[in-house]
Ligand binder design. Structure first.
Ligand SMILES: NC(=O)c1ccc[n+]([C@@H]2O[C@H](COP(=O)([O-])OP(=O)(O)OC[C@H]3O[C@@H](n4cnc5c(N)ncnc54)[C@H](OP(=O)(O)O)[C@@H]3O)[C@@H](O)[C@H]2O)c1
Length: 273
């Protein structure tokens, strides 16, 4: 006679969901000098990670080191420069030869809110160079080491702008659609390896420099973007990153799309001339 055991009997008694690293694991976070990158670095440090926080503004990174302590290591990096990324690779090899276990490709920006027909070509170039080419360059340099070490996780910061078109989103949305499809392609290429890939796609998030950069320093307009919107906070995105990174090794979180409750999809429009 077969005895049926309750489903729980085949499971370990303790909660194995969250995998806080037993020994310090190494995360490389780009765009760590502000916004999401700062919050992601703080959350990972709290979760026991050693974080190399990279961005162009060394002074900002050094201030974050004062705030987060010795588990945060500043690294000057411009993802649009091959020389700068090669320097980062050499720095990681010299100081953190066992890492990174986690690469968070967060550095990115939007420039301009106008329609495509009025856009500045230099803005378009910079978005493509940073959000698409810069992100690809980081993956190109750091992915082979993850495969050699037999562990790794690439978390890309995409955007709802890559999923849904909106007026003025044009090339920014295009770069984030690239991030989405590139993430899917990476997952396909990594078939049979233990390396994980996640794309995190936030909607409207306040408390960062994003809109100030997008609106070329116009503080009044940047503030108005978030007025009464109850937007997400950088900490909400950081929580998604830490959650995806702390899953058991068998789990690959492919996509997380998060929006504030106040944000929804408007559907298509009809212009009545
Ligand atoms: N805020 C939102 O509503 C929102 C929503 C969805 C997705 N996102 C995406 O989330 C990411 C972070 O945005 P955020 O809101 O935190 O913006 P943010 O506050 O402006 O931060 C952007 C970060 O990227 C860094 N960065 C920009 N260009 C870089 C480069 N060439 N090399 C290295 N670092 C560079 C900046 O540092 P330095 O200037 O010091 O280099 C800064 O640390 C971006 O990819 C953005 O597209 C934002």
């Amino acid at each position: 006679m077969t005895t049926h055991q309750p489903a729980s009997a085949s499971r370990p008694a303790q909660d194995t969901r969250r995998q806080t690293p037993a020994s310090p694991r190494i995360a490389l976070v780009t765009g760590a000098s502000a916004g999401f990158g700062h919050a992601i670095s703080a959350a990972l440090c709290r979760d026991g990670w050693t974080v190399v926080g990279a961005a162009r503004r060394a002074d900002r990174l050094n201030a974050i080191r004062q705030e987060l302590g010795p588990n945060f290591h500043p690294l000057e990096l411009d993802v649009t420069s091959d020389t700068s990324v090669a320097h980062a690779v050499a720095h990681m090899a010299a100081h953190f030869p066992d890492g990174p276990d986690l690469l968070v490709n967060n550095a990115g920006l939007a420039l301009g809110v106008g329609p495509a027909q009025h856009a500045d070509m230099q803005d378009w170039e910079r978005m493509i160079l940073t959000n698409a080419l810069g992100l690809s360059r980081m993956v190109h340099h750091f992915l082979p080491g993850m495969i050699t070490r037999g562990r790794g996780h690439v978390i890309n910061i995409g955007s709802t702008a890559g999923n849904y078109a909106y007026p003025g989103g044009n090339v920014y949305g295009g770069t984030k659609a690239f991030v989405k499809q590139f993430s899917r392609g990476l997952k396909a290429d990594l078939h049979g390896t233990p390396v994980r890939v996640t794309n995190i796609e936030p909607g409207l998030v306040g408390g960062t420099e994003f809109s100030l950069v997008r609106l070329h320093g116009d503080e009044a307009k940047a503030t108005a973007v978030y007025k009464d919107a109850n937007a997400l906070l950088p900490e909400d995105v950081a929580e998604a990153v830490v959650w995806a990174a702390s899953q058991p090794p068998r789990v690959n979180i492919s996509t997380i799309e998060l929006m504030p409750v106040t944000q929804s999809l408007a559907g298509t429009r009809v212009y009545r001339g």
